[in-house]
Design a protein around this ligand. Structure first.
Ligand code: ADP
Length: 252
C-alpha cells in the first residue's frame, strides 16, 4: 500500500476570503479516487483562519486574533470537509499537531499509532498545525514544513504539495516570462534554500523557499515530493493514477 501526504495551501482553499467549496470538492474527489486506487491518503490542510474570519472578522494582523480565528474556523473547516466526504461515504478526522511533537520519539510514535489506525479503517486524517498552542519558537508557521515532517515520520513515500503555482521554475514565473519549468529536481543548491536571506535573489518572493526546504528534507530522507497546481488537479491525477509525469515538479 502506497502512503501519500497531500498538502493544500490557503491560496487554493480560499477565494475572496471564503472557503472555495468547489475546489474543496475537487480535492475530496481526488482523494476518493486515490483511495480506490490503493493509496492511503493523509491530508494536511490550511484554511482554519479563513474559515473563522467568515464568522467573526477579527483583525488578522494580531497573533491572538489569528489564534482565536483558527480555533473558531477549525471545526467549521472540518465540517465542510465531512460534508464533501459524505458524498463518497468516507469519514474524515481531525489531527492537530504542533512542531514539538516531532522533537521526541514518544509523541511521534503515539501520533503514528493514531494515524495508522485511522488509515487502516479507511478514515482520512486531516492534519493542521495546532495554532492555539503553538509557541513562537516552535511553530512551523507554514504547513509546507509541517507536511514534510508528517510525510517522513508517518512513513509516506511521497508528499504532494498542491499550490497556487503548477511547478518549480528556474526563476519566479510570476516575475519572469521566460521562466522554465523544472520537471525533475534531484538536488537543491544552498542559495536556493537560503533565498529568504538574500532579498535580491530571484527565488526570494512567494512561498517557494519553504517548499524547497521541505523537498530538501524529504530527499535527504530518501522520500519524494511532487509540486503541482491545486487549481487544476489534472497533473497530480495523471502522475499518481496514470503514472504519467506531464506537469508539476518531482523532487527525488
Ligand atoms: P501556496 O500558498 O499555494 O502554498 P505560495 O504562494 O506560498 O504557495 O508559493 C508559491 C509562489 O512562489 C508562486 O506563486 C510564485 O510566485 C513564487 N515563486 C517564487 N519563485 C518561484 C520559482 N522558482 N518557481 C515557482 N514559484 C516561485
Amino acid at each position: 500500500m502506497s502512503r501519500v501526504v497531500i498538502k493544500v495551501g490557503s491560496h487554493v482553499l480560499t477565494e475572496n476570503g471564503m472557503i472555495a467549496k468547489r475546489r474543496m470538492l475537487a480535492l475530496v474527489e481526488l482523494i476518493t479516487v486515490l483511495k480506490s486506487n490503493g493509496y492511503e491518503v493523509i491530508l494536511v490542510s490550511s484554511g482554519a483562519v479563513a474559515a473563522g474570519y467568515t464568522k467573526l472578522p477579527l483583525d488578522r494582523k494580531s497573533v491572538a486574533n489569528r489564534q482565536a480565528l483558527a480555533a473558531i474556523g477549525q471545526p467549521l473547516l472540518l465540517k465542510m470537509y465531512q460534508e464533501q466526504f459524505d458524498i463518497f461515504d468516507i469519514f474524515c478526522s481531525q489531527v492537530l499537531l504542533s512542531a514539538d511533537v516531532f522533537e521526541s520519539e514518544k509523541p511521534i510514535a503515539h501520533a503514528k499509532v493514531a494515524i495508522d489506525t485511522l488509515l487502516t479503517n479507511g478514515v482520512i486524517p486531516i492534519i493542521n498545525e495546532n495554532d492555539t498552542v503553538s509557541i513562537d519558537e516552535l511553530v512551523f508557521g507554514d504547513n509546507d514544513r509541517l507536511s514534510a515532517h508528517v510525510a517522513h515520520y508517518f512513513d509516506a513515500n511521497l508528499l504532494v504539495i498542491l499550490s497556487d503555482i503548477d511547478a518549480f521554475y528556474d526563476k519566479d514565473p510570476n516575475r519572469y516570462e521566460d521562466a522554465q519549468r523544472r520537471a525533475v529536481v534531484t538536488e537543491l543548491l544552498p542559495e536556493e534554500l537560503e533565498a529568504e536571506h538574500t532579498p535580491n535573489n530571484e527565488f526570494a518572493t512567494g512561498g517557494i523557499v519553504t517548499k524547497l526546504l521541505s523537498a530538501d528534507f524529504l530527499m535527504k530522507h530518501n522520500r519524494e515530493m511532487f509540486l503541482a497546481s491545486g487549481f487544476d488537479l489534472s497533473d497530480v491525477k495523471s502522475f499518481l493514477i496514470d503514472k504519467v509525469h506531464q506537469g508539476g515538479t518531482l523532487f527525488t
